[in-house]
Design a protein around this ligand. Sequence first.
Ligand SMILES: [Fe+2]
Length: 290
Amino acid sequence: MPKLFVNPNLPDYFLSVPEVTSVASARSYVEEYESAKVVVFPGLAKGIDHEFWAALDTDRYPELKKFSPILQPGVEPNEERHQLEKALAVRAVDKLTANALVEQFQRLMAHLIPAYRAIFADYAFDRWKIMLRLNTIMAENMHVDTYKKENEQHFARMFVNLDTQPRIWHTSWRIGDMVERAIGTIPPEQLDGLSRGQVWSRLNANFFGQNSREWWDEQPRHIAFFAPGDVWIVDSRQVAHQIFYGRRALSIDFSVPKQLMKDPSLHYLEIAERFRADNSAAHDATRELA
Ligand SMILES: [Fe+2]
């Protein structure tokens, strides 16, 4: 169960659903996900050997710090095992560790993926990326996810804390709150000629600074201690977040075609485009009044 410290100066967008324990008790949470909620499933992951993940020596195997086994959904378990073992052998992971990792990983996936599909039931899934995040992270900068290249796809994102320690996140404004506060405050000529992705980055930088050396922004924060075994979903383009401390986690991402969103106007590039237009209109209105 996560321990949440909810800041009264921010909207409370956390939703905890302990009753979801498997695919059988799951329903679609797409509506909550798209409306920028952080939905936590404290009872969903079962049988994770947290001691195993915490003890994995990622200094010895630095390539495991961010390990994304290239697997397609629906691969037959033996074939999947084979692919995983190959990927670990290439990274010179010893056989004993590799066997344990594959066993743990496959057991967790067998339980979680059907639940994941039910939680994102209204989506059809395109490419997927499963990432073991086994590096220690401290005091990331606060941000909504931004990209060098514009990403036309939507995504369905789930996190799992594999560690024996809490994974500590700070979260701040939702993009809707940021847009509301920023409209009319950026001279429109500064946004003219920018791509939608650049407008998005500009919005992010206005609130939270540009990089990890600028994390000491003064925006309010919630604090979430995600317990070992907690599972949560969040559209990390829509909710500002900062990993404050975390060691071992797993993320599951499927790309989802934008037109399959319940509300495609909530895609980040659409939000950026609308912000540019509204910001410009607000400036025009102020000029007319003057
Ligand atoms: Fe992020």
